[in-house]
Design a protein around this ligand. Sequence first.
Ligand code: M6R
Length: 611
Amino acid sequence: MCGIVGAVAQRDVADILVEGLRRLEYRGYDSAGVAIVDQNNHLNRIRRLGKVNILADAVNESGPIGGTGIAHTRWATHGEPSETNAHPHMSGENIVLVHNGIIENHEELREVLQQRNYEFRSETDTEVIAHLVDWELRQSDSLLEAVQKAAKQLTGAYGTVVMDRRDPERLVVARSGSPIVIGLGVGENFLASDQLALLSVTRRFIYLEEGDVAEITRRKVIIKDHRGNIVERTATDSTIEHDAGDKGGYRHFMQKEIFEQPIALRNTLEGRISQERVIVDSIGTGAADILSRVEHVQIIACGTSYNAGMTARYWFESIAKISCDVEIASEFRYRDFVTRPNSLLITLSQSGETADTLAALRLAKEKGYMAAMTICNVAGSSLVRESDLAFMTRAGTEIGVASTKAFTTQLAALLILVTALGKQKKTVNQATESKIVKALHELPTNIENALSFDSKIDELAQEFADKHHALFLGRGEYFPIALEASLKLKEISYIHAEAYAAGELKHGPLALIDADMPVVVIAPANDLLEKLKSNIEEVKARGGLLYVFADKQAGLEATDTMKIIAMPGVSEITAPIYYTVPMQLLSYHAALIKGTDVDQPRNLAKAVTVE
Ligand code: M6R
């Protein structure tokens, strides 16, 4: 989704801004632009449709000089992807701005501004902010005041940075619903929608709060809260690794992130489990008390995070004996729901900025949930800041749009949480706890073993690349793993894929089975194996093409129409996490063969910060 970078410095900032945009490319975008102003009030705005590289070439050619500038990658919402709709947008010759989010009342504002003789040059909702600031500036003493006044008239979500050509000493930024971080330098300061954009220039950051408006100059940052009072916001040092934006020796970020899973899991487990026990306090201050009062769990998430929640539902009920509902955030927030007594709300999110999940959290807080916890991968993100408890996955920065290590670390965190909850509720005894903890200790090594199937899966993927559809089947907690596998395949290889609980086959999807429809089955050795074998027979009998990822002990024999990928047995508890890995590799290799843009699949964004 859109990305913002800004800088106020003594040196020329063009390279810093373009490098910042490159670091935000993973979020997904369709056009990019930059505007830089120099000490003589000369403004240079360059916008291009397509990749940041194209913008970078244009910037190199034009060589804009100047120490104050803003830059943006746009993911079209209002108005097609085009150079005219690309940011920065301007009002007249002076006010220049970039914006993330959506202005919901842009049509009414556009009418009012047109009556004031403002001429609109784009189809975007953003342009209204530029004219509104220009209008307010005519009756204000400063740009800061004008932006504050304009912000009060906006409904919707925005993270916006405004620059005035006549005053190249400062940038003004406003945040409401779209994250903005200020990067502190020495004699220079920066802004971005994600700290990752600025890691080459600073590691010290201030996160703006909802409703904040700030003025940034080379030496000073003044922040006002939503009431207009000057406030201090704490600066923190980034914990993100320096090389988070590099692929290392890998061909794609997604590939790197798949292979990083053993270390990501080790990091997530560290300090959360001892030799045999789950450390309840590691979940957060007050976690023990909150968990002991929980009678119901409501999980809210989107996409891959939702699939993690769906998997964990089986664990909450079978291990902790606590009822659990899981719902897609965009459904939950618009439904007239009933809050169960002593219900713990859990949001799951890699980014911590997903608009629907955040809105669902805010709504739930008004509707009497006992407490709100987030399991999240980004420190300082909105979900983390707005939840009572934040249980961080430590997957490291995930750049590939297709979520991989965030999913498996979410599952590990959820398993720790389920065990902790069961301990507090006395539904998990010491023997069960030791068994789960043992399985968690073994997990990173199991994942390393699953990764060793890479070349085998590469061969298998050759058979998928020319297919138009695929079906994934699983039972119990492997149904959500099948959902996740189908999401992965469709988003990066563009092969249409569906997942079904295998017992549902005969209720409809069997009609689709023919030799052109690969059917992937996840078949661990568990209580449901015999049932699953019957489903496999149903597909076989209809001439279907089967690819079965099965436990070595499952007793399945390969045939002409059924390939078996025999996986070494692992603990039943963590096996859903283990079986996720070959599914990720299958999608990755299918996408490679199809030649798609693996890390930035078409039409998708990494952090979905708009509804
Ligand atoms: O950052 P979040 O986990 O809240 O994001 C939710 C979804 O947008 C995300 O999981 C999406 O489905 C991924 N592209 C899936 O690979």
